[in-house]
Design a protein around this ligand. Structure first.
Ligand SMILES: Cc1cc2nc3c(=O)[nH]c(=O)nc-3n(C[C@H](O)[C@H](O)[C@H](O)COP(=O)(O)OP(=O)(O)OC[C@H]3O[C@@H](n4cnc5c(N)ncnc54)[C@H](O)[C@@H]3O)c2cc1C
Length: 307
């Protein structure tokens, strides 16, 4: 059964898996991994706009990723992440809410013949099996990394997410929303909007992805870096990384190693080395550690403008 609610209240009264662009859901339905009723969001009114609010952005949950990437008010790191993910065809139909809530890209989860932690089973099959593209921060029982590039970027921008519900929107930090929606696979809760605060005065930013093939693939590692440099000294920094853990991670040790010092290549390299603090790679994911350090270094160098 497919329902087509036209407002948020009607969504809250339905049961079933939400469908926005369908680029993730329909693949799972074709394989037989996802079954049951569908709640299609195509007729849902009011969540498909981007507003400028107090210098920041309020991005509706059904805004297309291509529209976000092209929006003149989108901060650089978010626009680059949106414009660099997947393919132009997918970005044209996939949505912000669907991106945050997409399910993990683990081959054991995606294959309906397996039963894993994400599909009602009792163990993570990747942990003792093939986990080549999985986490190098062993932060939860399921070792598949969070797949959302937008979640990584939104974490770097201190964004919040408004989740819908019969009782009204609840605003939560992006990382929490992504974790709840994308990974736990519970009852659907509508992503109504994402709130991105105004950029810091004078900030510069960059997005870097390390990818196993030229395009049309999730990154092995991705980084969004924001910095403010005043008179050659770093006064503010935010670094978020994805592809390495069950949810996007802020790298506070990198940020702390940058702030208060010169924005030069030596200090950036030393700070980037802290990106793997706390990492616990699995047998097949140790290769991600130097990739992460190199990607953080590259993102910071691009943001600051040194090479
Ligand atoms: C080849 C390829 C490469 C890709 N590379 C990347 C990449 O590099 N980075 C990246 O981030 N993604 C990547 N993707 C994934 C793609 O971005 C997602 O499939 C897409 O963003 C999902 O959006 P959608 O609107 O199509 O979601 P749907 O398929 O419609 O839904 C996905 C999930 O989100 C839920 N959902 C949808 N809308 C909402 C909402 N408003 N509120 C709450 N839940 C909702 C659905 O119930 C479903 O569980 C790639 C995909 C492909 C095929």
């Amino acid at each position: 059964m497919i329902r087509f609610p036209t407002d948020v209240a009607a969504v809250a009264e339905t049961t079933g898996e939400l469908r926005a662009g369908g680029t993730d859901l329909m693949e799972r339905r074709r394989s037989g991994r996802a079954t049951g009723p569908v709640v299609d969001l195509r007729d849902l009114a009011g969540l498909d706009g981007i507003e400028v609010v107090a210098g920041g952005l309020r991005i509706g949950g059904t805004v297309r990723i291509a529209a976000l990437a092209a929006h003149p008010g989108a901060p650089v790191g978010l626009a680059q992440a949106a414009g660099g993910l997947a393919t132009p065809q997918i970005r044209a139909i996939a949505t912000v809410g669907g991106n945050l809530a997409q399910r993990v890209r683990c081959w054991y989860f995606r294959n309906p013949q397996f039963s894993c932690l994400q599909s009602g089973g009792s163990s993570c099959l990747a942990r003792d099996g093939d986990h080549l593209y999985h986490s190098c921060f062993d932060d939860r029982a399921c070792v598949a990394p969070h797949p959302s590039s937008l979640a990584c970027a939104l974490l770097a921008y201190d964004a919040t997410v408004d989740l819908g519900g019969a009782e009204g929107p609840v605003t939560v930090p992006t990382a929490l929303a992504a974790l709840l929606k994308g990974q736990l696979g519970g009852a659907p809760v509508l992503v109504r909007a994402v709130n991105v605060p105004a950029p810091l005065p004078g900030e510069r930013a960059a997005y870097v992805r390390a990818i196993a093939r030229a395009r049309a693939e999730w990154p092995l590692v991705e980084v969004v870096a924001r910095v403010v440099v005043v008179d050659g000294v770093v006064t503010a920094a935010r670094v978020a990384v994805g592809g390495v853990a069950g949810h996007p991670l802020r790298r506070e040790a990198v940020e702390a190693a940058l702030i208060g010092g010169p924005a030069d290549a030596t200090r950036i390299a030393a700070a980037a080395a802290r990106a793997t603090d706390g990492a616990q790679p699995l047998p097949m994911t140790a290769y991600k550690l130097p990739l992460l350090v190199g990607s953080v270094q590259e993102a910071l160098e691009r943001a600051v403008g040194v090479s």
